[in-house]
Design a protein around this ligand. Sequence first.
Ligand code: MN
Length: 229
Amino acid sequence: MYVFTPPAQASLAVAGTSDRFPVRRIFCVGRNYAAHAREMGKDPDREAPFFFTKPADAALDTPCTVPYPPLTEDLHYEIELVIAIGKGGSNVSENDVMEHVWGASVGVDLTRRDLQAEAKEAGRPWDWAKAFDKSAPIAPIVPISDVTSVEQGRIWLAVNGETRQDADLSDLIWSVREHVSILSQAMELAPGDIIMTGTPAGVGAVSPGDVITGGVDGIGTLEVKIGPK
Ligand code: MN
């Protein structure tokens, strides 16, 4: 018996059905496109992939409106390929990774960039920069059997119709097979885990009233409005 009614299971829409994908955890890959690593002042050639997390209930369906979050004056968008895990496992080999993938989608890793810069400077965790409420708007999950490729395809984002990020999944430093395999060496993957696979170059700030659109060719598109402060 719970001492109060437990919160609803976090979940995301599934494309083409009213079924929901139950979200267990959200893992995010840092600096997984060379040009973005360079724009953040890092050398992309010498770094193993690293991960951070958001709470499951940071995920929300798109289209949506995200309220401009507190404590920041520098809210950034990051368009990302999203991988949805349907079968758990540890030490999954690169060759076996796709057997664990239920679907794919596109999402925005919303970031309080000023709080991230402060955390980096102070050697503190990134949670306040990355893991705030409604920080992971994600388009409906597409079953992997309906996805042509998670290894190539245009990934893009526009703000108020002006293109800001425009790259290709083939630009990923660590491919889906590689980084999911590496993640599974650190954590036992579980059904419902979501992986936001990193963003290409061109990140920037949005303001209340801005409309973000974005997509990954062959997988989906999204729209996110930024609400008032
Ligand atoms: Mn990101």
